[in-house]
Design a protein around this ligand. Structure first.
Ligand SMILES: Cc1cc2nc3c(=O)[nH]c(=O)nc-3n(C[C@H](O)[C@H](O)[C@H](O)COP(=O)(O)O)c2cc1C
Length: 196
């Protein structure tokens, strides 16, 4: 028997419903494999397209990473988790603050099934990021909502989230505005503070 059939036979379809009873549009997600956030800009057009097509075939979701939603994520047909990074690329107003109008625009795509607030990432412990101006071409600028050709700073955290209560408030706010389930990504060195 060819190898791909063996793999398919060995992996039972498994889903988990997320947001039932709390989000207006719950999502039946694959509970097995999904694709972690990798931003458009870090990934090329063919890479985003290939991952989206593959995710669609496999019945799993792909996470946009913090670089916003590109046409290539949608074109491949995958279910999408939109990541809200600390610079709020794709959902920011002209001052870099979270824009409810932009959130609604993103959520209006049926393919966008959930949102993820990114607090931190293992490869960037305690640090923010900088996207050098020479990488900010017209397409990336438009998708991220930043000026073309200028350096763009991702702060090392969301300025409006300073404690657990703030985090839960933001989760709730994004869920109310978009109607979709909302989670968060965080790197934990210690977890005691979560109980406070
Ligand atoms: C090219 C690339 C881009 C990434 N971009 C993001 C990002 O935008 N947001 C994020 O939270 N993580 C980003 N990550 C981190 C991944 O989501 C993941 O956390 C990391 O690769 C660790 O998972 P792994 O051990 O399976 O590689 C990126 C990783 C790679 C390789």
């Amino acid at each position: 028997m060819p190898f791909p059939d063996l793999v398919e036979d060995a992996v039972p379809a498994s889903t988990v419903v997320i947001g039932n009873g709390v989000a207006r549009t719950p999502y039946a997600a694959s509970s097995f494999f999904n694709i972690s956030g990798m931003s458009f800009g870090a990934l090329s057009v063919p890479a985003v397209l290939a991952l989206s097509k593959g995710a669609k075939k496999a019945g799993i979701w792909m996470n946009t990473g913090e670089g916003g939603l590109s046409p290539y994520h949608l074109q491949g047909g995958a279910d999408i988790v939109f990541q809200i990074g600390t610079a709020k690329y794709g959902v920011r107003d002209e001052h870099g603050k979270l824009s409810d109008d932009k959130l609604r625009e993103i959520a209006a795509h049926e393919q966008v099934r959930m949102f993820e607030i990114k607090m931190s990432q293992g490869a960037k412990p305690g640090k923010g990021g900088i996207l050098p101006g020479n990488k900010v071409n017209a397409e990336i600028a438009a998708i991220r909502g930043i000026p073309e050709g200028q350096d763009s700073i991702s702060p090392n955290g969301h300025p409006e989230i300073r404690n657990v209560g703030d985090l839960l408030d933001m989760v709730n706010h994004v869920r109310e505005v978009t109607g979709k389930p909302v989670g968060f990504k965080i790197v934990l060195g210690a977890y005691g503070w979560l109980n406070d």
